[in-house]
Design a protein around this ligand. Structure first.
Ligand code: TXA
Ligand code: MG
Length: 300
């Protein structure tokens, strides 16, 4: 038996407000949502995902005004980025307000905040009128879901409701910018291009070295099959072993991103052994695609 699926935003909001766990659509990937202040509901999110408790969650809110309530201070860069990119695929890390519970931040002094750009998600957040914590709605160690069907395949009957908002427009996760440090730093490339962030922020800390966003492990972005990458102007991959499938991210990176995780899931379903993928150029959404594909190729 699967969890109920539907488009009833009022019911989804009611379930959340009464301690439920609901899968919700966003423009990036589906989230596994619970009211952030509700410790029991958030604990269930961790259990359903099978995620370690010290991995912090993104709090989703309906507006910048609502986001500010969760912050101890709202630096000018957060203001500028929110102004430009919210609602949208951007998560801002700021010093947390005093009330923000440890079960959301993993005990950190900072909190991650995002206003998603999806009409159903926004209506839901307005109805709930409180912060909603939501990691991607996949089982821990699997690729993010971008349709309601993916969510059901991963989570079965473990959630109270799956709000079906169709296929995600962007298809990979939000860009995370840490605004609690000076200069700010991109912790995860994502739906907002680095160039577009740079146009607003001017000075960013270099992103080399290990990521400071906890739990960003290669296995999170990897299918079960082997992933082999090639540059579009590089040599072809010679004789991949076993059943191979070929994908090209270089021609139209945005539409590749939209179906990237679905393609990984399909490859596993079809028993593909090697997925050979041509990388996009390292600009725009191409940077985030390359980041996820590198992790996919590093494997589990
Ligand atoms: O697009 C997205 O961001 C999706 C949708 C559902 O909004 N959410 C998502 O959540 O990708 P999740 O939990 O899969 O990834 C959130 C990342 C994690 O790597 C986590 O470590 C990082 O955000 N994060 C959350 N709070 C943080 C904090 N206070 N400091 C540093 N990193 C943080
Ligand atoms: Mg995730």
């Amino acid at each position: 038996m699967n969890s109920p699926v539907g488009t009833d935003v009022v019911e989804a909001a009611r379930l959340l407000s009464t301690g439920g766990v609901v899968a919700i659509p966003t423009e990036t990937v589906y989230g596994l949502a619970a009211v952030a202040r509700d410790a029991d509901a958030v604990r269930r999110v961790y259990t359903v995902k099978g995620r370690p408790l010290d991995h912090p969650l993104i709090v989703h809110v309906a507006s910048e005004e609502a986001a500010r309530e969760w912050a101890a201070t709202w630096p000018p860069v957060a203001d500028a980025l929110a102004e430009h990119f919210w609602p949208g695929p951007l998560t801002l890390i700021v010093e947390r307000a005093e009330f923000v519970p440890d079960h959301v931040t993993g005990g950190r002094s900072t909190v991650a905040l995002r206003v998603p750009d999806h009409p159903m998600a926004l209506e839901l957040l307005e109805r709930v009128a409180d912060g909603v914590a939501a990691p991607s709605a996949n089982r821990f160690g699997r690729v993010s879901p971008t349709t309601a069907e993916h969510v059901l395949n991963d989570l079965g009957n473990d959630v109270d409701y799956v709000l079906d908002g169709g296929s995600c427009d962007i298809g990979l996760e939000s860009t995370i910018v840490d605004c609690s440090v000076d200069p700010p730093q991109i912790l995860r490339p994502g739906g907002v291009a680095t160039e577009d962030i740079e146009a607003v922020v001017k000075t960013l800390a270099p992103t080399s070295g290990p990521s400071r966003a906890p739990g960003m492990l290669p296995g999170h972005y990897a299918p079960d099959c082997r992933v082999v990458l090639r540059e579009h102007d590089g040599p072809p991959v010679s004789g991949p072993s076993g059943r191979a499938r070929f994908l090209d991210a270089s021609v139209d990176p945005s539409s590749f991103a939209r179906t990237m995780y679905a393609n990984m899931r399909d490859a596993d379903r079809d028993g593909v052994e090697t997925l050979v993928i041509t990388l996009p150029a390292p600009r725009g959404i191409g940077l985030a695609i390359r980041d996820r594909l590198r992790k996919a190729a590093a494997g589990r």
